[in-house]
Design a protein around this ligand. Structure first.
Ligand SMILES: Nc1ncnc2c1ncn2[C@@H]1O[C@H](COP(=O)(O)OP(=O)(O)O)[C@@H](O)[C@H]1O
Ligand SMILES: [Mg+2]
Length: 289
């Protein structure tokens, strides 16, 4: 009886809920796993914590993202994937209750420095959201939006940017004859590829995507996934997805998060075929989440 009482209290966990953090997960993953050792890095997250009011959402995150590669952020709903990706372009600054500590270095310079212009930062860190958000203007004007803000009016530059960005976004052939039509008339999948074209027209140093396919049908999803795959080499992509197959298909590296902590970070193949931690394995094999 006493032996029983001396054991740590455990509360019953409903079977559909994620298992509690156990001892093995309190040791955090190294910021650069051996598989990334040869990569050049575009973004470094250092001891980053974030709170919404009194509630802590991110715990001491330290990891580096490679240049010219696709890195997937995975983990169960509420584990902090969106919070992390929204911190990178400082969208969380718009929420009054948010506080954070630690740092993020984009190509070596802090994104939180006093002299950082947030509008400029958001161009350097293009963002694509789950819900497509084409602006209510022509396809052409959507693509060159960031150039217009910079006061670029030379037609040759604008035309070149439109063609190059739409080519890279695998949309050019579908829309080249109707560039002056409203972007709002496009299909959902086309709108999402347009949002990607708009983001890459600004030549971002890192391209952030938060579940970019979850509002799309399977065919449109396939096209966007193919596009993300093609962007490697040209852009550094960080993509949040709750779709394991998608992470496995499009990414080079995968970071698994749980309850605001980084649990495991490695080559995507390794995460999906031979993960180092049981919790990662349970998640990628669909045992919880
Ligand atoms: N604006 C907010 N205000 C308060 N809490 C938030 C807000 N956004 C997210 N959270 C909380 O932060 C945690 C992480 O959320 P989120 O980053 O959206 O997770 P994910 O994208 O992995 O589903 C969750 O507990 C969520 O409830
Ligand atoms: Mg999210």
């Amino acid at each position: 009886m006493t032996a029983l009482l001396e054991r740590p209290m455990k509360t019953a966990t409903p079977t559909h809920a994620a298992p509690p953090l156990d001892a093995q997960t309190t040791e955090t993953a190294p910021p650069v796993p051996p598989s990334l050792a040869d990569e050049e890095m575009v973004l470094e997250v250092r001891d980053f914590c974030l709170w919404y009011g009194a509630k802590q959402a991110l715990f001491d995150l330290s990891l580096k993202f490679p240049k010219g590669k696709v890195t997937a952020l995975i983990g169960p709903s509420g584990c902090g994937k969106s919070t992390l990706i929204r911190s990178i372009n400082r969208l969380n600054d718009l929420i009054d209750s948010v506080r954070y500590s630690g740092d993020m270095l984009l190509n070596g310079a802090s994104i939180f420095g006093k002299t950082v212009d947030v509008i400029e930062l958001r161009k350097r860190t293009g963002m694509v959201f789950q819900k497509t958000n084409p602006f209510p203007m022509s396809i052409y004007e959507n693509v060159i939006y960031s150039l217009r803000i910079d006061g670029e009016n030379r037609k040759s530059i604008l035309d070149e940017t439109v063609e190059r960005s739409l080519q890279r976004a695998a949309l050019w052939d579908e829309v080249k004859d109707r560039l002056n039509e409203s972007a709002l008339q496009m299909s959902g999948g086309q709108q999402q590829r347009l949002c990607i074209a708009r983001a890459i027209a600004a030549e971002p140093e890192v391209l952030l995507m938060d579940e970019p396919c979850s509002a799309l049908d399977p065919i449109a999803t396939g096209k966007v996934e193919e596009l993300i795959y093609q962007l490697r080499g040209l852009y550094s992509v960080i993509i949040v997805t709750h779709n394991m197959q998608q992470a496995a298909r499009v990414s080079d590296y995968t970071a698994f998060f749980y309850l605001g902590q980084l649990i495991e970070y490695d080559a995507t193949d390794k995460i999906f075929t031979n993960p180092g931690k049981k919790q990662t394995e349970d998640y990628v094999t669909g045992r919880f989440g």
